[in-house]
Ligand binder design. Sequence first.
Ligand SMILES: Nc1ncnc2c1ncn2[C@@H]1O[C@H](COP(=O)(O)OP(=O)(O)O)[C@@H](O)[C@H]1O
Ligand SMILES: [Mg+2]
Length: 262
Amino acid sequence: MSTDGTGSGEPILQATGLVKTYGRVVGLDGVDLELYPGEVLAVIGDNGAGKSTLIKCLTGAEIPDEGTIRLEGRQVHFKRPQDARAHGIETVYQTLAVSPALDVAANLFLGRELRKPGPLGTVLRVIDRKRMRQRAEEELAEMGITTLQDVTVPVENLSGGQRQAVAVARAAAFGSKVVVLDEPTAALGVRESQQVLEMIASLRDRGVPVILISHDMPQVFEVADRIHVQRLGKRAATITPRTHSMTDAVAIMTGAMREDVR
Ligand SMILES: Nc1ncnc2c1ncn2[C@@H]1O[C@H](COP(=O)(O)OP(=O)(O)O)[C@@H](O)[C@H]1O
Ligand SMILES: [Mg+2]
């Protein structure tokens, strides 16, 4: 555990000894991970190091063969992504799950649409667009997301960065305890990437810890409080931008440098 202000107290999310194999391929080979309240934890590692598998196990998209996951100290057994979501773990996967034809508000409420009051809503399941648009505007304002000015615009008309903002906003909007982002800036330009990084920082500042998978070292060093380094299916180290340089991080990733794992 680090002694620099983050990485202290009780983890909100803790994985211990996660193993996941695919036939004879070892995806995860006994991985521990801790996410503490109020931090951005980056997960870095070379292609095939097990980053996505780790995230999938934490978010219910895969079931680990071995190991335990604790959320706020209690062991959880996620069998599908909805289980993790029901526990407040929201994930933005690399392949964005936005619906292009729907507007921003409808995308924010995807899967939890608000219905009209009375029998129209309860019996006929009529969607309350006006209330969804109002709530969407409130949520975006509260999150300080200024890149989405008009919540009635179909998502297909938005830029890549704005779409990413919709996905992040949806993950962050509903009382989530943890937000997980897999390569959120991979397809974005410099300015849009910067906006996403600002959203991540503002999420953290609003008290929602974030796990960020990224291979963009400057971005990781800009936004992360701690950095989990995956290598060959294992955790090679957990470092911080204050104690280690980008060169150190790459050296640990490639096995050129060894660190105390915690
Ligand atoms: N569904 C799968 N079937 C078979 N092998 C897989 C599957 N998913 C991941 N793997 C393997 O597990 C290892 C870790 O993969 P992954 O977690 O995707 O790495 P990363 O995200 O760090 O690039 C790799 O060797 C990969 O080929
Ligand atoms: Mg991956």
